[in-house]
Structure formats: C-alpha cells, structure tokens
Write a protein that binds this ligand. Structure first.
Ligand SMILES: O=C(O)CCC(=O)C(=O)O
Ligand SMILES: [Fe+2]
Length: 321
C-alpha cells in the first residue's frame, strides 16, 4: 500500500519536460513566488498539529469510519431530504438556465458557470434545511470530534449542476492535445484549514454522472508532511495555471518542489500509482439523498460528467476551537 501522494516524473512528462528545457531564471522566479507561500503553509500546518495532531476523534460510528477511511456515507431520511430539495429547486433551475445560455453563446462551460455559492441571507430556506439535517444526523458533532474542536459550523454551501463537456475536466492543456488520463481530477484540498467536506446528491448519480471519488485511507498518507505543505503552497500560486509558461517554470524548480495538490491530470495512466489510486477509489454512485462526507486531505475528485447531469450540494463544515 502506497503511503505517500504520487510523485510524478515531470521531466519525462510529454507536456512538461517533453516540451521544455528547465530554465534557471524562470525556476528562480517561481521559487521566489513559492517561498512565502511555503512559509505560510508551514505555519498553518503547525496550527493543525497543535489543534488535533492528526489524532482524530469520533463520537459515533460515522466519525469512526471517517477517521479510519477518510470517508463515510449516509442516506438522508426522505423527510429531511425533501426539505432540502424543495429549497434547492429554484437554484438548480437558475444554474441550468445559465448553462443553457452559455452553450447558446458557444462559450466554454467553466467552473463558475456550474457552481452557485449559497448564502444564509439569499438562500435562507436551504441553509436552514441543511442546518437541520446536520444537527439531527449528528454531523456537527462528528466534525467537531474529528478535529478535537469545541463545535463545528457551516463555513460554506454551494450547489453544482454538472453537465458533460465542462472545460476544465475535458481540456487539461490549452496548447497540447492530450487525452485526460483516467486519474484526471484527483487532488487534495489545499487551504490547510480544519474542515470536513460533504457532497449531497440532489439527483441519482451513476458512474456517468461524475460521482465524487475518494481514495480510501489516503488522508493518512504522510500526514502533516513537508510534501503536503509544498503541495498546498503550489496550489495557492499562479503556477497552478497549466499554461506553457507556468509549466516551464514548474519544471525549472528544484525537484522537491515539483509537486502539486491537483496532480491527477498529470499522472501517467500506465503507472502503478495510477492503478492503485483507481483501485482504492470509493465512488459515490448512488441515489438522491446520498451524502458523502470526507476529509479533504484524502485524495478525491468529482463532477466530471460524461452523460446526463449531476445536481449536488457541497458542504464545507469547519471545526471551531
Ligand atoms: O464535486 C465533487 O464531487 C468533489 C469536489 C471537490 O473536490 C471538493 O468539494 O473539494
Ligand atoms: Fe476538493
């Protein structure tokens, strides 16, 4: 069993070292950009260690599974789910209308086209319905215990209507024609805060509707390591853009720094690491009302729809100290 996040040989990757020579000046500039971010993320990591020290707690079976596997799933009772769905329906319709307009204008479907951020002021009913099931199903307690915190709260809610052919999922590089590998989309979240994510299905999600995938137990790989800190820092830098210029700068960095939080799209599909991630991926295929809770330190992905649509609510549940 691999116990660290996959390392990619970028110098022999066709879209990186296969296209560009390392350039010392670009490397030095990229390093200057990354260093303060690495410092910031190192400090944040120390805060995490001080708060829960990767000694996850649990107050129920749901929490035990989250701590052991990095992911747990539950099905909302119809009564709780119906309230959420009624309140979500107008938002789903408005996102669908936006997608239709974008297509009609022959514009690409971007992340902001399919995502609707929600707020307690504008979407009060939906917010209240979510708060209700989080209380009744003891999910706040689970999140607080996981991070050894006093309590937990909703930090953010967003609604996704994912259609096929979303630009970021299907076109990895603007300048290189390369098929996305089967690991495309795999990443760890990078802000370093203490939160659990939830994805609640608002419709039935099959294998073709971009189910959330979580690599079981991968939240335990090299916890709190410098490697994870560097990946978070990278993700907060302009290097994140996969443009030719940023890829050249990236392969000019010291090798230790050639790592990303969002690495799935860069993996070699023939590598044993790729096979292992796919083998250990728990895919949230299931009905409306299925809620997948996961530690964002686990390798995960979602929303890459091939046919039909996925309607989902994303929950960010933050620990409060
Ligand atoms: O859309 C999904 O299923 C997962 C999205 C994701 O990566 C996240 O919420 O952190
Ligand atoms: Fe994520």
């Amino acid at each position: 069993m691999v116990s660290e996040l996959p390392k990619i040989d970028y110098l022999s990757h066709p879209a990186y070292g296969g296209l560009f020579q390392p350039d010392p000046a670009a490397g030095a500039e990229a390093l200057r950009t990354l260093e303060p971010l690495i410092q910031e993320m190192t400090e944040l990591e120390a805060v995490r260690v001080g708060r829960f020290g990767y000694d996850y707690g649990a107050v129920n079976r749901q929490g035990e599974e989250l701590a052991e596997q990095g992911v747990t799933q539950l099905r909302l009772p119809d009564e709780l789910m119906d309230q959420v769905h009624v309140a979500a329906t107008p938002v789903i319709q408005s996102v669908r209308a936006r997608i239709a307009e974008t297509r009609a204008a022959a514009k690409p479907i971007r992340f902001k086209t399919v995502e609707q951020l929600l707020s307690p002021d504008v979407h009060g009913d939906l917010w209240a319905a979510v708060d209700r099931f989080l209380r009744e199903l003891q999910i706040y307690d689970t999140v607080a215990a996981f991070f050894r915190a006093k309590s937990a709260r909703i930090n953010g809610l967003a609604l996704f209507v994912n259609p096929p052919s979303q630009e970021w999922a299907s076109r990895l590089f603007r300048d290189v024609k390369m098929e996305a590998p089967p690991t495309a989309g795999f990443h760890i979240d990078s802000n370093g805060k203490c939160y659990i994510k939830g994805i609640l299905h608002l419709n039935d999600v099959g294998p073709e509707q971009g189910p959330t995938g979580v690599v079981v137990k991968s939240h335990l790989w090299a916890q709190g390591s410098r490697d994870r800190v560097i990946r978070r820092a990278f993700d907060r830098s302009p290097l994140l853009a996969r443009s030719a210029e940023m890829r050249r700068a990236f392969i000019s960095l010291p090798e230790e720094l050639q790592v990303k939080a969002e690495f799935g799209g860069d993996m070699d599909p023939a590598s044993p690491e790729a096979a292992m991630l796919l083998e250990e991926e728990l895919r949230a295929v299931g009905p409306r009302g299925l809620l997948t809770l996961f530690d964002p330190d686990a390798v995960h992905r979602g929303g890459n729809v091939r046919s039909g649509e996925r309607h989902a609510l994303q929950l960010v549940l933050t620990a409060q100290y």
